[in-house]
Design a protein around this ligand. Sequence first.
Ligand SMILES: N[C@@H](CCC[C@H](N)C(=O)O)C(=O)O
Length: 313
Amino acid sequence: FATTKPSVSYRASSTLMAKLGDSIDFAKYEGLGNDFILIDDRDKSDPSLTPEQSERLCNRNFGIGGDGVIFALKAPEGEDYDFTMRIYNSDGSEPEMCGNGIRCFAQFLKDLGEDSESYRIKTLAGPIIPVMNADGTITVDMGEPILDGPTVPTTLAPNSEHNSVLEQTHTCNGKEWKISAVSMGNPHAIIFVDDLETDIDFSIDGPALESDTGAFPAKTNVEFVQVMDPTHLKMKVWERGAGPTLACGTGTCALVVAAIRAGKIPRAGKEGVRVTLPGGDLFIEWREENNKIYMSGPATLSFKGQAILKDRP
Ligand SMILES: N[C@@H](CCC[C@H](N)C(=O)O)C(=O)O
């Protein structure tokens, strides 16, 4: 691909690009290092790339590189939405929602010249509402957490109120875990540990739990969490369909819910709970009055360009 601010050499290579076949304009964004390729499909109802093409573009050696591809689509006719968001993970699978992705989506809309202070976005997890803050961060109404075990979905036996799975014992990869299951439209398995550095074998335990379809039939995102103090948590995430990422917004919302429900931290006020992810901090408020979760954090444009749609690898 080449940048959209063409240099002399780019102009020379545009003939070459024409010869090579189809290409697509993109913008690359990141939210705390969780990085996405954004495609402007505001005139379309369906993504302009297939899952296979998206997987190739996410390849960090043969493509642009990214944890996923996000499509900004028009809202369905007659429905009360401003836009639709669809996303493919870097392995081509389609998740229901993406927390860092929706902040990148909102920033992308702003950079494209849309000028609303907030948007009502249709996602496979229902309506999600990002609000642009004056300081450049974005606060997202992420909706209510889903606690009902079968709806998450998990087959682990419910052991808490709302038919939920809270620190339920489960063996995976020859180890016994205490798993809390929470969905933010997409499934999350949350595990509290005393020490994130010594208590887990991240690159082995992460994928084993992700693909434990006996316990999580739709696979799951996996968050390992250490309580630092009553308003500060630290996490490492292994994402379904993307592997280790620097941040996961839905996962951060889910783990705050699990931490409060398990009595590990109190329910904080408007200032929210600070969660340190490998790529930086997110602030999460689980509001008592409406049971909704609000996530605040940054989203930043990294670069723009034009990608050639190749058949390999
Ligand atoms: N990074 C995302 C979550 C993306 C989807 C996830 N991999 C899944 O398959 O559910 C976030 O910030 O929420």
